[in-house]
Structure formats: structure tokens, C-alpha cells
Design a protein around this ligand. Structure first.
Ligand SMILES: NC(=O)c1ccc[n+]([C@@H]2O[C@H](COP(=O)([O-])OP(=O)(O)OC[C@H]3O[C@@H](n4cnc5c(N)ncnc54)[C@H](O)[C@@H]3O)[C@@H](O)[C@H]2O)c1
Ligand SMILES: [Mg+2]
Length: 345
């Protein structure tokens, strides 16, 4: 492995190209997406995040876990010993490039025997949410978003192998920025569904909900897919009325996040308020198991939990909110900070 690594370093050094600014970086990625030959060349010196059936590879070093970026030559060696005939570097999808202009790719090794590759790469393929939980506080939002992008792209390519009009196989360009049907020329681009996630509040209380498919005790802001033809504001108004029977008064955009579960969504996070004479909830039980108004103190406590809470003596779990890698966490935190600023605390 040592021999392999030094070969990889030499190779990378030869083909180094510097992205002196963000603009250069963005234009290099554009070139990689559009130009098959440039991308093919970049595969040789790129770094690769590896997955097995959408679960990323994580490695342990001393007491910390991380997602290794494997070099092109190292990966070729692994493919050579574990299944060269089944996969090639060109099955990868482009994720972007580093500040030093090294192209970054993701490859799913799901067609190869898992334990053999894990041994070869000294790591474990781990379900993505468990992987992020293991890496825990050490994974910043940027890294989590790289893994999310990789997962969504790999999943999209896997489920768009055929043209929905001709029924014939589609072909991916080298970077994976599109797939083409060569029978009718239809081009398919990876897609995201827009979703709004809204923290509804009224003065010093905010509304959090629990759905049947959530982990026990987890409460979060209300979310819903945008329907064709709707504006962001219309989706928020409809979803809040549909799910908890409230009429939204004001809406303010807060931020966004790409979210890869169950498919690929663009989460648009907003703060919304309702009037204080219309706080009675009428919960739509087909969608929401429970929704409640929480006080600032209760929400502050839930945000401060570092690990999942254990059961209370009566067998129930204390309320907890999504972890930092979910935009819901930031939406809730933003509200808490605004309330504290208003209270002067
Ligand atoms: N990142 C976060 O912080 C965070 C927090 C909460 C929810 N979410 C995500 O938001 C998403 C939407 O929330 P929800 O489930 O309450 O939505 P929702 O209230 O719109 O209900 C889901 C239903 O919408 C329908 N639907 C319409 N368009 C759809 C599409 N493009 N894909 C799938 N279903 C579609 C389906 O019938 C589905 O059962 C979920 O996938 C969830 O993972 C993310
Ligand atoms: Mg919903």
C-alpha cells in the first residue's frame, strides 16, 4: 500500500493545476462537466469517495472516524484485485474540485464483494446517517454536504438507467452531469425536489411536530414538498394549513440545504409566524402523529443535548431535535437566538 500511495502522490504532483481563486475553481468544474476528455484526464489524478450500495466508506484513525478520499491510482489497484472487469473509474460521478484543483469523484462499488474491498481499503461501508453520527461533531457541514451530494448523484444515476420515452438504456457522460438517450436524443439531468421546511412560531413559543416514521422522541419543524406551479409562500401556507390547521401570517426565508433522503430534495428553510388569537392546532393524523407548542426553555434544552437522550422512568423519551447536519437544527437554533436577543438574555 505504501508503494501505491507514493506512486499516487507523484502522479498527482505531475498533474497539479492550481485554482488560485473560487472563479477558477468554478470554471474548472464547469469544464470537467462539459468536456469528456478533460474529465477522463482528471479521473487519473482525482480523489474518490467510495460507497457500497449508497453507504460511504469510513475509516478509523486512533479514536476518530473519517471519510477517506482515495487517489485514482490507489483505487485502480483495489479494482484490479477486487473486480476490474465489473467497474472502471469512468463509472464515477464528479462532485467538484478541491481548492488545489484536484477533481473529486464518488464511485459506488456495490457490484463488488463488500468485505473484500473493506479489507483492501482498511475501512467499513456504513449507512450514511450512522456514518455522520460516528464522525459526530468532527464532521462539518461542508463534508456532510459532499457526502449528501455524492449519495444523491449515485442514486439518481442508478435509477435513471433507461429512457422513460424509448425504454432504451441511457448513457452517462464522463462527469455524470447528465444521461443521454441515443435513440431520441433526450437528455436527463440530475434533479432535486423543492421542499419547504418551516418553523412556525408565535411570540415565545414555537411549533414542533413528530411523524410516525421519525425516531422516537424526535420533534422538528414542519416540512412539505412543493407542488407544481406553487410559489414557496403558497407551499408554506398550504402545508401548515394541511398538517396542523393553522393560517400563516408572516414568512421569512432563512436558508437552504440539499437533503438526500429519501430521494434528492432542496430544503428551503423559512421562519413563519401565526397570529396569537389563532393558535389552536387541528392536527392531520394521516401525516403528523403529534404537534405541540414548545416554550423557549424547552427548545433550548432540546438543542443542548449532545447525545440521544435515554428513556425517562415512565418509558417515554425526552423531546430531542434533529442534529446539526440537518437544516431543521439551524432553523430552531436561529429562532432561539432571536428570542434570546429580544429578551435581552
Ligand atoms: N433536513 C431537514 O432538516 C429535514 C427536516 C424535516 C424533513 N426533511 C425532509 O423533508 C421531506 C419532506 O417532508 P414530508 O415527508 O413531511 O413531506 P410532505 O408533508 O409533503 O408529505 C410527504 C408526501 O408528499 C407526497 N409527495 C409529493 N411530492 C413528492 C416528492 N417529490 N417526493 C416524495 N413524496 C412526494 C408523497 O405522497 C409523500 O408521502 C422528507 O423527505 C424529509 O426527509 C428534512
Ligand atoms: Mg410534512
Amino acid at each position: 500500500m505504501q508503494k501505491m500511495l507514493s506512486a499516487a502522490v507523484r502522479h498527482t504532483a505531475r498533474s497539479v493545476r492550481t485554482c488560485s481563486s473560487y472563479v477558477n475553481q468554478a470554471r474548472y468544474v464547469f469544464d470537467l462537466k462539459e468536456n469528456d476528455d478533460t474529465c477522463r484526464q482528471a479521473l487519473k489524478s482525482g480523489s474518490f469517495y467510495l460507497f457500497h450500495n449508497l453507504s460511504p466508506l469510513i475509516r478509523k484513525s486512533e479514536n476518530t472516524f473519517y471519510t477517506p478520499a482515495v487517489s485514482g491510482p490507489d483505487l485502480l489497484q483495489v479494482l484490479g484485485s477486487c473486480g476490474k472487469d465489473k467497474l472502471s473509474l469512468e463509472d464515477s460521478v464528479l462532485l467538484g474540485c478541491s481548492e488545489s484543483c484536484v477533481a473529486e469523484f464518488a464511485l459506488d462499488l456495490g457490484s463488488l464483494e463488500k468485505s473484500a474491498i473493506e479489507q483492501e481499503l482498511s475501512g467499513k461501508f456504513t449507512e450514511i446517517r450512522n456514518a455522520i453520527a460516528k464522525i459526530n461533531g468532527k464532521m462539518d457541514a461542508e463534508n456532510a454536504s459532499l457526502l449528501f451530494r455524492a449519495r444523491s448523484l449515485l442514486q439518481w444515476h442508478d435509477s435513471h438507467q433507461y429512457c422513460s420515452k424509448s425504454g432504451k438504456p441511457t448513457t452517462k457522460n464522463v462527469s455524470g452531469s447528465k444521461r443521454v438517450c441515443h435513440v431520441n436524443g433526450l437528455i436527463y439531468y440530475p434533479q432535486m425536489s423543492p421542499v419547504v421546511i418551516t418553523l412556525v412560531s408565535c411570540k415565545n413559543r414555537c411549533l414542533l411536530a413528530h411523524q410516525e416514521n421519525f425516531p422516537a422522541g424526535m420533534y422538528t419543524a414542519l416540512a412539505g414538498y412543493c407542488e407544481i406551479g406553487e410559489t414557496l409562500e403558497e407551499t408554506i401556507r398550504r402545508e401548515i394549513a394541511e398538517e396542523v390547521g393553522l393560517v400563516v401570517d408572516t414568512v421569512r426565508y432563512s436558508g437552504s440545504q440539499h437533503w438526500p433522503f429519501p430521494g434528492s430534495s432542496l430544503m428551503l428553510a423559512c421562519q413563519a409566524t401565526v397570529k396569537d388569537d389563532k393558535l389552536q392546532l387541528d392536527i392531520n393524523r394521516a401525516e403528523i402523529e403529534d404537534a405541540r407548542w414548545f416554550t423557549l426553555e424547552e427548545v433550548t434544552e432540546a438543542l443542548q443535548m449532545k447525545t440521544l437522550p435515554s428513556k425517562l422512568p415512565d418509558g417515554t423519551l425526552p423531546v430531542w431535535v434533529p442534529p446539526k447536519f440537518a437544516i431543521a437544527h439551524h432553523l430552531i437554533q436561529e429562532w432561539v437566538q432571536e428570542q434570546k436577543a429580544l429578551n435581552g438574555s
